[in-house]
Design a protein around this ligand. Structure first.
Ligand code: NAD
Ligand code: MG
Length: 394
């Protein structure tokens, strides 16, 4: 078997750690080429000791110095590189076969695109890059020979429920995509009940262990809105062809409805190692370490409509999907600012939606024809959102 070389962007995060867990189960298939991280330097050093990558990338020189110090005692010969250019370099290096794009937020865009442009097999966890720059991202993908595989559990489920090598879903009789949502930790709560929730409460997801940003997004349902936009790009569908289905058990990861009345679903225990293993080995299948689903244990599967009144972030995202242009980029950037402000206890949980709404209503939308234009929209939205956070605080 030919060994494939993998770069894990965001190795120290929740998806990164799960990826390395799956990779370590298959030393005959995969070798780690590069690992990247931002702040958790000791975790990254430990990962370098275990996986012996050629490169380790961090975002600033002080962290790089700390990492070099740790690696010297860890018998790792990884070369430490710094900054976004280094992220792009380890994503596009000619020795790399697979890139796991698992940086959180807008910071993931440039290295993920670098991997696409370098014709890699790209495993996409970083949904924000598609939300921000979907049109340019998909154009780059079409112009390349890169293969893009979704890691987001819902999108990976939809991918698994579709015929292979499908370009046009209506041509194969798909009528609708049904996107599962757990409903998050505050399912069934009203806005008033959510006003004083803490970051710890918002991050305590009932079914999934995830990084703090996506956990808060799951609690506000913004995550589902971002995923709707992600699904529009990945599967070339309109927002009105995608229905969100709240399914509290997180066992049915999403479904595809066909014109003959068939609905095909993908089921499994809520563990990201399943979509990661699926995408890593696709079109083959490998062991992920996830225990198999016991339906008798689950016993009950429930489905309900989302509550858009008490969870306004979902509707804001749907609106951004309908508007198109740079509305999703503005939504994403203002949400990143609002979520960080909530995590820093500067604003309340329900004010996340207020910040996004304010940024969206004061923006003038335009077509982002270049990455520079996307970045300008992102920067502008961040400063609008940051100014609104300051107004809330005063
Ligand atoms: P996380 O916060 O646990 O990890 C994020 C990773 O990105 C870390 O390695 C961190 O060092 C790195 N990072 C953060 N800011 C950075 C920056 N400015 N520059 C470079 N690197 C930076 O997040 P996660 O839960 O692993 O999520 C990663 C991505 O995967 C997100 O886009 C998320 O939406 C998506 N995703 C996650 C899950 C999940 O179960 N965790 C599921 C579906 C999709
Ligand atoms: Mg998801």
């Amino acid at each position: 078997m030919i060994i494939q070389q993998i770069t894990v962007l965001g190795a120290t995060g929740s998806i990164g750690v799960s990826t390395l867990d799956v990779v370590a189960r298959h030393p005959e298939r995969y070798r780690v080429f590069a690992l990247t991280g931002n702040t958790k330097v000791s975790v990254l050093a430990e990962q370098c000791r275990k996986h012996q990558p050629k490169y380790a990338v961090v975002m600033d020189v002080e962290t790089a110095e700390q990492l070099r110090g740790l690696l010297a005692t860890f018998q790792s010969s990884a070369e430490v590189l710094v900054g976004t250019d280094a992220l792009c370099a380890v994503s596009s290096d000619s020795q790399v076969d697979i890139v796991m794009a698992a940086i959180v937020g807008a910071a993931g865009l440039m290295p993920t695109l670098a991997a696409v442009n370098a014709n890699k097999k790209v495993l996409l966890a970083n949904k924000e890059s598609l939300v921000m720059a979907g049109h340019l991202f998909m154009e780059a993908l079409k112009a390349s020979s890169s293969v893009l595989l979704p890691i987001d559990s819902e999108h990976n489920a939809i991918f698994q429920c579709l015929p292979q090598k499908t370009q046009d879903l209506s041509a194969v009789g798909v009528s609708k995509l049904l996107l599962s949502a757990s409903g998050g930790p505050f399912r069934g709560w009203t806005v008033n009940q959510m006003r004083d929730v803490t970051p710890a409460q918002a991050c305590a997801h009932p079914n999934w262990m995830m990084g703090s940003k996506i956990s808060v997004d799951s609690a506000t349902l913004m995550n589902k809105g971002l995923e709707l936009i992600e699904a529009c790009w990945l599967f070339d569908m309109h927002a009105d062809q995608i229905e969100i289905v709240v399914h509290p058990q997180s066992i049915v990861h999403s479904l595809v409805q066909y014109i003959d009345g068939s609905v095909i679903a993908q089921l499994g225990n809520p563990d990201m190692r399943t979509p990661i293993a699926h995408a890593l080995a696709w079109p083959e299948r490998i062991d992920s370490g996830v225990k198999s689903l016991d339906l008798f244990d689950v016993s009950r599967l429930e489905f309900e409509r989302p509550n858009i009144v008490d969870f306004p972030c979902l509707e804001l995202a749907c609106e951004a999907a309908r508007v198109g242009l740079d509305a999703p980029a503005i939504l994403n950037a203002s949400n990143e600012i609002a979520v960080q402000a909530f995590l820093d206890e500067r604003i309340g949980f329900t004010q996340i939606a207020d910040v996004v709404k304010e940024s969206m209503s004061s923006a003038i939308f335009s077509e982002p024809r270049s990455l520079l234009a996307v970045q300008e929209s992102d920067t502008k939205a961040r400063s609008l959102a940051a100014a609104y956070v300051l107004r809330i605080e005063s």
